[in-house]
Design a protein around this ligand. Sequence first.
Ligand SMILES: [Zn+2]
Ligand SMILES: [Zn+2]
Length: 243
Amino acid sequence: MTRMDFHIHSDYSDGTASLEDIVTEALRWRLEAIGIVDHVRGDADWLADRQRQIDELRGEHGDELEIFSGIEVKVRDEEGALNVLPQATEKVDFVIASFHGVPRSVEERMEGGDRDALVDWWHSCTRILLDCGHDAHILGHPDRILVDRALSVGSARMKRLVEQALASRMFLEWNPAAAYPVQPFATALAERGAPNVTYGSDAHSTSELTDALRARTDYEAGIVERGNQAFLSILREDRGDLS
Ligand SMILES: [Zn+2]
Ligand SMILES: [Zn+2]
């Protein structure tokens, strides 16, 4: 069984664990690979400093644990653009795109009585992202923004999305913190044996990381096995290209 987690927040953004704490916990659980992911809007002046620390930890623990750097950025507008600048994405190994807030224009449509505005926005942006329109590697907690509001795209659109996701170069995250265990999109993909579902605990502390690892079932581990391996291979290749 592969043991990887590609979505762990540190105290460089809204997490409480230091990079050192995260690595210690990952080693304790004998994880093979982790992605340290922090929220970035536009660019962040601490990215270079975090990278230096990650490189040091790689030097110390690289033979036991592969450590990657990532950022989580939000989908900003109705075209699915990400709230990030190229100079930030160039500094990290991978980018997670997530639906966090709702753009003002979509909110206004909802206030104006368009009850489908949010679902329609999510649906069209997800299609754009799956087409790799914005250079993100992973779609974080894919449909949590809908699940949280008890919304759904409906079975016909979900079916087409699953087909598109199966053919996409993008990875989709199995995120236990996202309305667990109700993850319609990731579950539908898993049922199709998708090769591009990665695991991300979205832990914001070492105790959340421990809880997620403890709670991880064989079912869950099975869903993410192929995707984690495939994503790890891509990260390794990309790093090879850099050095
Ligand atoms: Zn998120
Ligand atoms: Zn997150």
